[in-house]
Design a protein around this ligand. Structure first.
Ligand SMILES: [Zn+2]
Length: 605
């Protein structure tokens, strides 16, 4: 990589800009000891196998042994993965990370008997354990999550038959991945400077943001030409995968694939239904935003390849890291004193690995284990976008911190359905802060556009995906063949309905369904949209200082997985089985769209 030439070596990075992992293990020898301790306990775990029906005492001992080992494993795992990420070229930590990954697989295997064996204990016997042994009370929800879908578990023989065929069931999804990631040959096109550039998934995303329209058009047309050539194959892999979801749901006595997929997280189907309905009702807002895009780009015809190029140029404002810390503390003030103290600890106790160095993993994340600090990896650049990233990752880390300091290990994590809510709530609060403090119309336009684009990509686009996914599952269940013609016609219509009359009906976009990996995930994408809506609604309540809003929000941050995600969100003050929170998010979108429309007119003068 040419770019890494100017980067410092890991050793040259000032200590205050690195994360402090020495509070996990002072030395690598301490890591070795902890690693051994986990390895030594694997046989203790398996010694409980086949014994859960012996009584409440043994049941408790088995649960606690499993949780203890898994807690210890997390700590050694997280240490090794962060050491490896800070400099992936360091052979010592590469080796450490490989060993710990193998240990994690071994531990998983040594625990794998537990859940099936719990499901074999008759309900009455399980209930008697909880009555006899009060030490088990705390594990009630943990066990209930495993057993609540018992009615959908088939006989051991039937489940064994299905499990034995699981590789066959996932074959079409694997074929899609191999085809999409390895075998597809994309052409070489010209970039902005007339240089040859090899098209790929990653390059395509970048080129869609190019300010050179002919580059965007070439990328768009050439990419879809490749998919078009294999369109019947893609229809076959997608159709087979949908049939598998429908079959799996049917044999497990669910009404639909959606019911089965959502039940894994105890999410009622109304959550999904409400999302599709409310977004559908508010599509005119997206049409207005698309029309504004057309006006700003000043084009005769707006095409789908014009949808991602930035509207407002550079941000016009930069934040050095020290300034970003200040801005974070100020922006997140509505989250109160308790929250601010954790932010200060994060900065002071070096939770954050700030700058780039040679070999450092790219991107940004929040990570950590129950027993460690919730660390953050960044690759800092002085910009408004990186301030957003900092605030986003701190949202995850403070959520983890509150959860871990208020819940026992067994509930010390949170589900994917909840995870992005804490981080995007912070982003929303930052947007609100910037709009309250920045007077320069160019900066305001940039911030508004940043927000509206995020909303478009996360709520409108992911709901479009969710609607497509749901319709094809329903149609397949009714016996409609999911041919390439059917999928392309339907996707084209759906896309036109979402983006509205200002955008041309490019035939290529009707093929988009063929390249989206998420359509193989089984009712996953809707969570992006529900999470972003909830975050918008929460930030709105908190920044307006609504009575009780902050306390409710902190209760959510502290709840971990002690209850089902929907119940946790009710504690936060958002009832996701109702439509109100998505409608509230739409009002925020509309308000900010109104302002950007007005600003655009003023800036023209
Ligand atoms: Zn995130």
């Amino acid at each position: 990589m040419n770019e890494s030439k100017g980067l410092p070596n890991r050793k040259e990075v000032p200590e205050k800009l690195t994360w402090d992992l020495s509070v996990i293990f002072k030395t690598d020898q301490d890591f070795e000891a902890a690693y051994q301790a986990v390895d030594n306990q694997l046989s203790d775990m398996t010694s409980f196998k086949g014994r859960l029906n012996e009584g409440a005492e043994v049941f408790q001992q088995a649960i606690e042994k499993l949780l203890t080992v898994s807690n210890q494993l997390e700590t050694v795992y997280v240490y090794a993965h962060m050491k490896n990420d800070q400099d992936t070229a360091n052979a010592t930590y590469q080796g450490m990370y490989e060993r710990v990954s193998a240990l994690a697989a071994k531990t998983g295997e040594a625990m794998s008997w537990f859940e099936p064996e719990v499901l074999k204990i008759p309900e009455a016997q399980l209930n008697s354990y909880f009555e006899e042994n009060s030490n088990l009370t705390i594990y009630r929800h943990f066990i209930e999550q495993m057993t609540e879908n018992r009615a959908h578990t088939l006989s051991a023989n039937e489940e064994a038959l299905l499990a034995g065929a699981s590789e066959l069931f996932s074959a079409s999804s694997k074929t899609f991945n191999v085809l999409n990631n390895a075998d597809l040959q994309f052409p070489v096109i010209k970039d902005e400077d007339g240089n040859d550039i090899q098209l790929s998934h990653g390059v395509y995303g970048q080129l869609m943001e190019s300010t050179d329209r002919s580059v965007r058009e070439a990328a768009f047309k050439n990419l879809y030409k490749v998919y078009e050539g294999l369109i019947n194959t893609f229809a076959s892999t997608l159709s087979s995968n949908v049939k598998y979801h429908n079959y799996d749901a049917k044999v497990h006595h669910y009404h639909s694939a959606r019911e089965k997929a959502l039940s894994a997280n105890h999410i009622p189907e109304s959550v999904h239904e409400n999302l599709l309905e409310v977004v559908s009702d508010h599509l005119p807002l997206l049409h207005r935003y698309v029309a504004l895009r057309k006006e700003l780009l000043n084009v005769e015809e707006l095409h789908m390849y014009d949808m991602y190029t930035p509207l407002t140029g550079e941000a016009g404002i930069k934040y050095a890291y020290e300034e970003a810390k200040e801005a974070t503390l100020k922006a997140l003030q509505p989250l109160g004193e308790e929250y601010r103290k954790v932010l200060e600890t994060a900065f002071h106790d070096r939770w954050i690995d700030v700058v780039e160095n040679k070999g450092k993993r790219s991107g940004a994340y929040s990570s950590g284990a129950y027993e460690t600090n919730p660390y953050i990896l960044l690759n800092w650049h002085d910009s408004l976008n990186h301030l957003y990233t900092l605030v986003h990752e701190l949202g995850h880390s403070v959520h983890s911190y509150f959860t871990r300091s208020n819940q026992p290990y067994v509930y010390g994590d949170y589900s994917i359905f909840l995870a992005e809510i804490a981080s995007t709530t912070n982003e929303n609060i930052l947007t609100d802060y910037l709009l309250h403090t920045q007077k320069d119309p160019h900066i305001r336009a940039y911030v508004l556009n940043h927000y509206l684009d995020g909303f478009k990509g996360t709520i409108f686009r992911q709901t479009q995906f969710a609607e497509f996914e749901h319709t094809i599952h329903e149609e397949a269940a009714k016996g409609t063949p999911l041919t390439s013609d059917y999928l392309t016609t339907y996707y084209g219509e759906l896309n036109a309905r979402y983006y509205g009359p200002s955008v041309e009906k490019d035939p290529e976009i009707a093929l988009e369904w063929s390249r989206i990996p998420h359509f193989y995930y089984n009712y996953y994408v809707y969570q992006y949209a529900t999470g972003f809506s909830a975050a918008t609604a929460l930030a709105d309540k908190i920044t307006k200082g609504e009575e009780g809003a902050l306390d409710h929000y902190l209760a959510y941050l502290k709840a971990g997985s002690s209850d089902y995600p929907i119940e946790v969100m009710k504690k936060a003050g958002v009832d996701m089985t109702q439509k109100g929170y998505i409608e509230q998010a739409m009002r925020v979108f509309e308000m900010r769209l109104n302002e950007l429309e007005k600003l655009v007119q003023e800036l023209k003068k």
